[in-house]
Write a protein that binds this ligand. Structure first.
Ligand SMILES: NC(=O)c1ccc[n+]([C@@H]2O[C@H](COP(=O)([O-])OP(=O)(O)OC[C@H]3O[C@@H](n4cnc5c(N)ncnc54)[C@H](O)[C@@H]3O)[C@@H](O)[C@H]2O)c1
Ligand SMILES: O=C(O)CC[C@@H](O)C(=O)O
Length: 524
């Protein structure tokens, strides 16, 4: 049974596929209400209220995926999730339109004093002079952060006859031209805009991007909006400039602390506020819940996810192509790790042939996770493998080379450890399966599965018979056996497969023979 925790309120229509899925137990409760059962959950679905901290992740020992029904993932400790091998996905597009519309509504309300006028009329006043507004037409709107929401907002502003100035270090000229906005330097936007709105993520570069100093560079009488994340506009800086009237008014959907407690901003008549409502429409909530539900179902079913924050994203088509190599790489990493029981400093992976045309970074992570999984006692997967390798001082690299392997595709891993180097080659043959086709300088051909024994020995008469006899004496059936050598009478290798795990005493007995150089068991 798979257990899924939905810890924030979400559209039940959007959740239907997961609620109806057989073998999935969905619990819709707050984290605090299931403290005792946290270790059971395979997935957690959140909006912005639940804080997915390292502390929570530590308690959720079975967790595989965090689904964020929305865009911002600042309520999720991505580094910690990555460290514990937990995939984080979001629903990046589902609430774009709603948030752009909300920002636009806030802008119009701010300049026409609609919330204040509404309160006034409801208090039996009829004071038309007190609420004389400002037109949007012909004004310059400065947008900081020109992604999905910034872009949609700009389209609406253009239709209202506004000029749009944009500051986004990652914006291409093409996109700006298409929407009809002017790319600006930050200070240029500050100096030119009548209204400034922020639509960036909250990251260290954007935290307080509008603050006491930068707001001072804006036009006197500027209007400011934040419908992205509290803290992008520094609240102290904003208060300072509201008091000195440099800022004519502000519209805020988000706050540094939510809900705002004793927040001075709420005392200003020319500050209008909403309680983080940007994404709060039926449509957006259905979209994000449905998107995140489908992604979580896919992931739990071993299918690709398309909006992961800490994994390369793959389409279904690409995932199907990668899948065989992913499995092969994982096994190769595991085999090398078990054959090379020494500290390792470097892992170099080489791709040849058709595999080189795929998303190799994903395959490299699978290989690393196979390698590390055989060495560490924490969950290692493609999410955290790179980070764990680095933590343990293992460098890794990948390169694509000309295909000289003789196979349609070939993965080669070379591992450098204390006084040892180990090389393993593998291929995937369509309709036949994965094969290991090289160990160090030896050609060999075996199916990497089950319980294996790798023997290095001298190519002398009787060695194979002796190994067979020892195993036979212990009533151990050899399922398959491959041998390889380079020159007659020189070094040789054997790879044997068994139906069960072997007793370590057998390894010792076989290794004691003079012609046998080393014996390693491998369990896949
Ligand atoms: N109020 C709400 O309910 C609500 C709803 C949805 C999204 N949001 C928030 O809105 C914000 C934008 O969402 P989006 O979907 O448009 O995201 P997005 O990723 O599409 O766009 C963000 C843009 O910010 C730009 N950016 C990054 N660093 C920057 C910097 N230092 N200076 C200027 N620009 C920078 C990026 O290049 C990108 O174009 C996010 O913070 C999201 O959490 C709020
Ligand atoms: O969950 C919400 O309503 C807020 C979502 C919004 O802030 C987001 O970043 O997508």
């Amino acid at each position: 049974m798979i257990h899924v925790l939905v810890s924030d309120s979400m559209s039940s229509e959007g959740l239907q596929p997961i609620l109806n899925a057989p073998q999935i137990n969905v619990v819709q409760k707050k984290v605090e209400e299931v403290e005792e059962e946290l270790h059971l959950f395979d997935a957690i679905l959140v909006r912005s209220a639940t804080k997915v901290t390292e502390e929570l992740l530590k308690k959720m020992t079975n967790l595989k995926i965090v689904g964020r029904a929305g865009v911002g993932v600042d309520n999720i400790d991505i580094d910690a999730a990555t460290k514990y091998g937990v995939v984080v996905i979001n629903a990046p597009n589902g609430n774009t339109i709603s948030t752009a519309e909300h920002t636009f509504a806030m802008m119009a309300s701010l300049l026409r004093h609609i919330p204040q006028a509404s309160v006034s009329v409801k208090s039996n006043e009829w004071n038309r002079n007190a609420f004389v507004g400002t037109e949007l037409y012909g004004k310059s709107l400065g947008i900081i952060g020109f992604g999905r929401i910034g872009g949609e907002l700009a389209k609406r502003a253009r239709v209202f006859g506004m000029d749009v100035l944009v500051y986004d270090p990652f914006l291409t000229k093409d996109r700006a031209e298409k929407i009809g906005v002017k790319i600006c330097a930050f200070d240029e936007l500050l100096a030119g805009a009548d209204i400034i709105t922020v639509h960036t993520p909250l990251i260290k570069e954007t935290k307080g991007i509008l603050n006491k100093e930068s707001i001072a560079k804006a036009k006197k009488g500027v209007y400011l909006l934040n419908c992205a994340r509290g803290g992008i506009i520094d609240e102290e800086g904003l208060i300072y400039h509201l008091k000195n009237k440099h800022v004519a008014g502000a519209a805020l959907d988000v706050f540094e602390v939510e809900p705002p407690v004793n927040n001075k901003l709420l005392e200003f008549e020319n500050v209008i506020v909403t309680p983080h409502l940007g994404a709060s429409t039926k449509e957006a909530q259905l979209n994000v819940a449905a998107q995140v539900t489908q992604e979580v179902l896919n992931y739990l079913d071993g299918k690709p996810v398309t909006s992961s924050i800490n994994l390369p994203t793959l389409t279904k088509e690409l995932f199907d192509k990668i899948q065989p190599f992913y499995q092969l790489a994982k096994k190769m990493g595991n085999i090398v790790s078990q054959c090379m029981r020494v500290p390792v400093q470097e892992i170099a992976i080489q791709y040849e042939g058709t595999v080189a045309e795929l998303e190799t970074s994903f395959i490299t992570k699978a290989l690393l996770s196979g390698f590390l999984g055989a060495r560490v006692d924490i969950t290692v997967n493609e999410v955290n493998a790179g980070m764990i390798a680095k933590e343990r001082g293992i460098t890794f690299s990948e390169k694509i080379t000309e295909n000289k392997s003789g196979y349609e595709n070939c993965l080669e891993v070379k591992v450098f450890g204390d006084d040892q180097t180990f090389v393993l080659k593998g291929t995937h043959v369509p309709n036949y399966g994965e094969r290991i086709v090289g160990i160090n300088d030896f050609n060999i051909d075996f199916y990497p599965t089950g319980h294996l024994m790798y023997i290095q020995h001298q190519d002398k008469p009787g060695v194979i018979g002796r190994v067979g006899k020892v195993l036979g004496d212990h009533e151990i059936n050899i399922a398959t056996m491959q041998v390889g050598r380079k020159v007659k009478g020189g070094e040789a290798i054997m790879m044997l497969a068994f139906d069960r795990v072997l007793d370590p005493s057998l390894t010792k007995q076989l290794a004691s023979y003079e012609e046998i150089v080393s014996v390693k068991t491998i369990d896949l």
